[in-house]
Design a protein around this ligand. Structure first.
Ligand code: SF4
Length: 268
C-alpha cells in the first residue's frame, strides 16, 4: 500500500513536522475550519457544466448557456445566493469567455495521482484540479477556481509545493509538463498565474525523501514554531507552545507504526 501524500500534506509537514504527526499519523482532525461553502460548490459545479456540457459546434456558448448551467446547480441555495452566483458567473462570462473561442478542456474537476519510490517506501501523491487546459498545445495549464470573498494568496512556499505536486503527477499521467498554474478568483475576476518548472518537481521530491527518512527513523516529529502556531488547532497538545500540554485524546490513532511496517513490508 502506497503512503498517501498531497500538496496540503506536504505543506503541513514543511510548516511543522509535529502538526503533520498529529494530523496524519495520529488522525486528529483540526477543529472547525470550513463552512459556508455551498455557493462555492455550486459555482464550481456550474463551471464544470459550462465547459463539460457544451457541444463545441459553435465557437462560444451564449450567456443563456451559463444561466442554464447555473439553474441546474443552484437549486439548494437561498435566493440571495442564487442572485449573487448569477452575478459572479456573468462577470466570469464577460471577462473570460465572451468574444473568444471556447476550447475544450483536457479535463474537469478531477484528481491526478503520481507515484514515487524512495528507498523501500512507495508514495502516492495526489492533487485535485478544477480544470486542465492545453497550454498553447505545449503543455498543461492547471486552473484552480477560488470563490472566497477576499483574494487571499497562499504563501510562496505553499504555492511552490502545490506546483511541484501537480508537475510530478501530471507528467506521469499525461506525459506532458505543467506549464503554469492559475488561481482564478471568481468574485473579483482576477487571475493570478504562476509558471511551473522542473525545479518545483525536484523540490517536492526532496521533501518526500526527507519525509521518507522521518517515517523510517521513528524518532520525534519535531515541533517547528512560528506565526503559524497562532492558527494551529493542536496548541493544547504541543509542548513547544503550551507549558502544561494535554495528553493526546484516547481516540487518536495509535500512531502509524503498524501501518508503516506494512508499507515497508510491501515495498519492492
Ligand atoms: S503549535 Fe506550532 S509547533 Fe506546536 S504543533 Fe502547532 S504548528 Fe507545530
Amino acid at each position: 500500500m502506497a503512503y498517501p501524500l498531497s500538496a496540503s500534506r506536504l505543506q503541513t509537514y514543511q510548516r511543522c513536522p509535529q502538526s503533520y504527526y498529529f494530523r496524519y499519523e495520529r488522525g486528529m482532525k483540526q477543529p472547525g475550519f470550513f463552512g459556508g461553502a455551498s455557493l462555492g460548490t455550486a459555482l464550481h459545479q456550474t463551471l464544470a457544466k459550462v465547459y463539460g456540457g457544451w457541444h463545441y459546434q459553435q465557437p462560444m456558448p451564449p450567456i443563456e448557456w451559463v444561466h442554464q448551467c447555473w439553474q441546474q446547480s443552484s437549486a439548494s441555495l437561498n435566493p440571495s445566493q442564487i442572485a449573487e452566483g448569477r452575478q459572479i458567473l456573468e462577470g466570469y462570462y464577460y471577462r473570460f469567455l465572451a468574444g473568444e473561442t471556447l476550447r475544450k478542456p483536457l479535463a474537469l474537476e478531477g484528481k491526478v495521482d503520481g507515484h514515487l519510490q524512495v528507498g523501500n517506501l512507495e508514495f502516492k501523491i495526489s492533487g485535485r484540479y478544477d480544470r486542465l487546459d492545453w497550454f498553447e498545445y505545449e503543455g498543461i495549464e492547471l486552473i484552480d477556481y477560488k470563490s472566497a470573498k477576499e483574494v487571499h494568496l497562499p504563501d510562496a512556499e505553499a504555492i511552490d509545493v502545490q506546483i511541484g505536486v501537480y508537475f510530478l503527477a501530471l507528467e506521469q499521467r499525461y506525459r506532458q509538463s505543467l506549464k503554469q498554474m492559475s488561481l482564478l478568483f471568481l468574485r473579483t475576476g482576477e487571475k493570478i498565474t504562476y509558471l511551473a518548472t522542473p525545479t518545483h518537481k525536484e523540490r517536492v521530491m526532496e521533501m518526500v525523501s526527507a519525509l521518507a527518512v522521518q517515517l523510517q527513523a521513528d524518532h520525534e516529529w519535531q515541533p517547528m514554531t512560528g506565526k503559524h502556531c497562532d492558527r494551529c488547532g493542536y496548541r493544547r497538545y504541543c509542548a513547544a507552545v503550551t507549558t502544561d500540554p494535554e495528553p493526546l485524546p484516547e481516540n487518536a490513532q495509535a500512531g502509524c507504526g503498524a501501518e508503516r511496517s506494512i508499507q515497508l513490508a510491501l515495498s519492492v
